[in-house]
Structure formats: structure tokens, C-alpha cells
Design a protein around this ligand. Sequence first.
Ligand code: F6P
Ligand code: MN
Length: 344
Amino acid sequence: MTQTAKSHSDQVTLTQFIIEQQRGLPDASGTFTLLLNNIVIACKQISHRVNRGALIGVLGSAGSENVQGEVQKKLDIITNDIMVRALDWGGHLGGMASEEIDDPIKIPKQYPKGKYLVLFDPLDGSSNIDINLTVGTIFSVLRCREGVEPETEDFLRKGTEQVCAGFVLYGPSTMLVLTTGNGVNGFTLDQDIGEFILTHRNMRIPEETSEFAINMSNQRFWEPPVKRYIDECIAGQEGPRGKNFNMRWVASLVADVYRILNRGGVFLYPFDLRDPERPGKLRLMYEANPMAFIIEQAGGLCSTGAERVLDIKPHDIHQRVPLIFGSKNEVERLIDYYQQPTNN
Ligand code: F6P
Ligand code: MN
């Protein structure tokens, strides 16, 4: 049967969905809905800029480096500014932190301060922007101590303390994937009416998979458990796993997570032996933690190999972590390999 578009009267907008969810919570004040609304407005603006691309001269390098020593794209800076400007005035936030900015971002004096903190990666996968592949925005919401100017330490909270996490995917469709700790739901931006519409209710990651995602060019630096796992996948039907595996690597975390949410899979950006000061590539506070919250809420697992990502006590806003997540059975297998002394 061909898929037919739902009539507008059947559609649930993101705003309706969130307000209905909040009604079920005794101490909900509506502040969170307003905060989310401002995040969504920023992401619609980013979606527009990303979509216009070369037509409005936003592609290419900005000629600067961020705090992590990565070359910034023009769009890294533009999208960071869009996020900050959409969020600083609303009175919902005590402060913000961004991949692109060294220290926490303060709320300007003229605006009231609120009870949440937002941490974000304004344009994840930005190395893909000039070749027109999928990129995204990732965000994580924490509670803030009220009435205080948050310091760096106030942001350094375990992933288990997140009240909301989400990402927006700027792909063939613009999509928002969201959790507030009550499952994971996906919304597609209807460009004609400018609203995110609930299209993927209660997303669940299949427990079984035969697809893995890893940057194979780092193979010589991996630790033994990861080497063993990938060797066994590649050995296919004739190997110890007795089945063939497929590999996918978009090099855009948002796109790899979205694929895994839909059809399962396991993603690895593991610890590697290149630089002990750099344990992995992905950043805990605005990449790994929000994705871990979403993955677990969708029935998957997320680990460094040695510990659950959401249980890590952070020490730096920009710290990196090894990251292994996806279908439950494969992540459990990897954790098991890490626990076997002969593998280490
Ligand atoms: O933000 C970092 C990031 O771009 C992720 O989106 C992606 O998963 C990863 O880096 C890709 O890394 P590499 O370029 O090493 O494949
Ligand atoms: Mn990123």
C-alpha cells in the first residue's frame, strides 16, 4: 500500500505533544515548553541556512580554530550565534555551553535568569557541510541552581541528570528527535507550515543487528577488545559470529545515530592509543551524553567499554570520551570483551 499523507487535523505538532506531556507532570510550569520552543526556533533558522548553502555564501572555512583546535567552518560560527541569540533572552536559562566556545556562556545582564542549563553542539558533522551531507544540532538540558550565576562546575553533571536531550538532523527532511526521559519521539519539519509534526512515535532500537559503524582508518590504534569485535564481524559467516555484517560510516554522529534508532546497529568511536590525553574523539557533555540518553530511552545501550556513559562524573565541559552505543546485544558483547582479561 502506498503511504498517504495524513490530513492536517490528524497531525500532532511538537508544541501540542510537549504541552500534553507536561500536563502529566505535577510541578511543570510551562517554562520548559518555552525553552524547547526557542531551541526549535533556532533549529528552524539553522535548517534554513544549511539548506540555502552556497546560495547565501555560508559554506567554507571561517579561517579560525575552536577551543579543541579544530578548524571552524563559517556555519559553525553562524549556527552558534543563532543558538545563543535564540536562547539568551527568554528567562529560562541560567547559562549555556557550546562546543564552539571555551567557557560557559553567560546570560546578558538585562535578561532574567532561569532554572535550566543548555549545552549544545550547534553544527555536528560540520566537516560534511561543504559536500552536502547530513549535519545536525545536538542539545542537552540540565537543571540549574536557581538564583546563582552558574560556574563551570554547575555544568559538570552526570548524564543521568539530564531532563531532556535531542538532536535535529538537516538531511533530506529536517527532523527533530527528542527525549524527556519518557521514550524517544521523532518529528519531521513540515516546511510549508513551519511546524515539527510527530511522525516517529516511540522509536525503539532493534536488539539484534548485523551492521556496525566505525572509522576503519584508525584500526591500528584500537585496543584489543575492539580489534577482536571488528575482526569477528569482518570474518562473517565463516567466522565465530557465523553471519555476515555490513558497515556504514557517515562521519556525522547525528546521521549515524538516526540510522541506528531506525534500523539498529552498533557505533564505535572507541578509545585509541594515539594520544593518552585524548580518550576518544566525541565530547561528553554535548555529544555523548545527549545521545546516550536518547539511545537508552530507545532500548539501546551506551558505554565507553568500561562504564556506562551516563554515569561518568565529568571534569571538563569539553572532555572527550570513548563511545560505543546501539543495539543492546552487540553493546553487551563489547562490554563483555572489555571485561575479559585476556582481551586487554
Ligand atoms: O563531532 C565530531 C564528528 O564530526 C561526529 O559527528 C562524527 O561521528 C565524527 O566526528 C567523525 O569522525 P571522523 O572524521 O574521525 O570519521
Ligand atoms: Mn559534533
